[in-house]
Design a protein around this ligand. Sequence first.
Ligand code: BES
Ligand code: MN
Ligand code: ZN
Length: 480
Amino acid sequence: MKIEFTEKLKQNYNYTLLGIYENNKLPSNTLKYDKELNGIITKSITNSNFKGNIGEHLIIHSEKIILIGLGNQKKLTNLSFEKIGGKIGKLLTKEQVKTALLYLDNFDDEKLYEIILGAILKTYTFDKYKTQKEYNDTTLYIHTENPIKAKENFNNTKAIIDGITTTRNLANEPSNILTTTQFTIEAKKLSKLGIKIEILDEKALKKMGANLILSVGQGSKYPPYIITMQYTGNKKSKDYIALIGKGLCFDSGGISIKPSAHMDEMKSDMTGGATILGIMEMIAKQKSNKNIIGVIGLAENMPDGNSYKPGDIIKSLSGKTVEVLNTDAEGRLVLADCITYTQNKYHPTTIIDFATLTGAIIIALGEQKAGLFTNSSSLAKQLLESGERTGDELWQLPLSKTYNDMLKSSVADMINTSKPERQAGSITAAEFLHNFVDEKIKWAHIDIAGTAWTTKGTDTSPAGLTGFGVKLINDYLKEV
Ligand code: BES
Ligand code: MN
Ligand code: ZN
């Protein structure tokens, strides 16, 4: 879908989209059209079941008009505009409309941007490997008083769209294309936006003693890496917020191999990392005034003669030792070394990590909400509120010593699973990470194993990878 801003109302568009509130209250510009058309709009409404509810539409073919339900005027939030945009985008591409004008005279440009955000996000396609593409050639003209100004100020929202698109594109790529090494090449592309990229390769990781991430990757022909991406928007401050992502380009489970059914989905086990890359692109394009470090732990978890094995005892970068009881609990190992590295090198005030960490979070929360675990009540509040506002919803689960006790090992500092097995799987995974967090730092872990993906599609995402978390952090950064 292409977007243009225009002040021109009558340009032979295939359709003109007009808004209507709940209970068929007509905004003044829609009312004007109705009068010009001798009441055809009101007549069409009377002859239909259309109520003006949010997401509803009514096509008046004879006049090439589409009525868009806006819902309750008083309850319209940014998120409702985004949802309306999603409906518009889906409708226009489904009907294979070439050009349409959106004429909502009663909203300022900021609201229109939310509509555009929803429309573009909902009509995202990943069809680069298809020789037959689905229709996505609509140009949506947005009516505004001052198109030049509207286009200039659109930059901020455009950056969010670009960030989410990058996250989805990366998460969609299969592991034969997006190998760990290819991922580092993708990250390096951000340097042209003024982000400082540093790649720690296997040799550097060995020298440092990042043995957890090294162990996870040692069965793969693609080497592990830690990528750091540094964006300095405020030179006067030394404070950084760190964002860390799990980047398993493929997770077969390793020697504790997964069942074959759905194993293909583990090509997206790098979605946490893709989220961080998308966020870095967004903030750089927004010219954010914040200081942010993005860190991605990249590895591929494979069974091999060289793989790490159940029973192995590994000394982490922090010095703490881990007894591996299941090689499929690899994400926490990769993240633990990333957390240690980030703390030692950058001393951030805050760490937020994103990871497709546990199947258990899908059992608990489904695809609707991501699991939030944090050592800070203020960070919890901020993130939960950002989740509500953006639709990237979170649900907080507990951390506590009694859960941490489930990680006890008889031979090392901790096990990488939990005992009794299968109980509180997401919480014990979070407690594992907690063991590596410096308590002076505000830390939040967001388990996106459920929300990274949508089976049926949501208001603002087609079925598939969602790009969850980018909007969340965009909103969060405005509040800190
Ligand atoms: N990447 C998986 C978690 C996952 C499962 C993400 C399904 C998305 C969909 C993770 O590495 C994993 O395998 N976790 C295990 C941990 C267990 C062995 C303690 C799990 O959740 O079963
Ligand atoms: Mn795994
Ligand atoms: Zn995994």
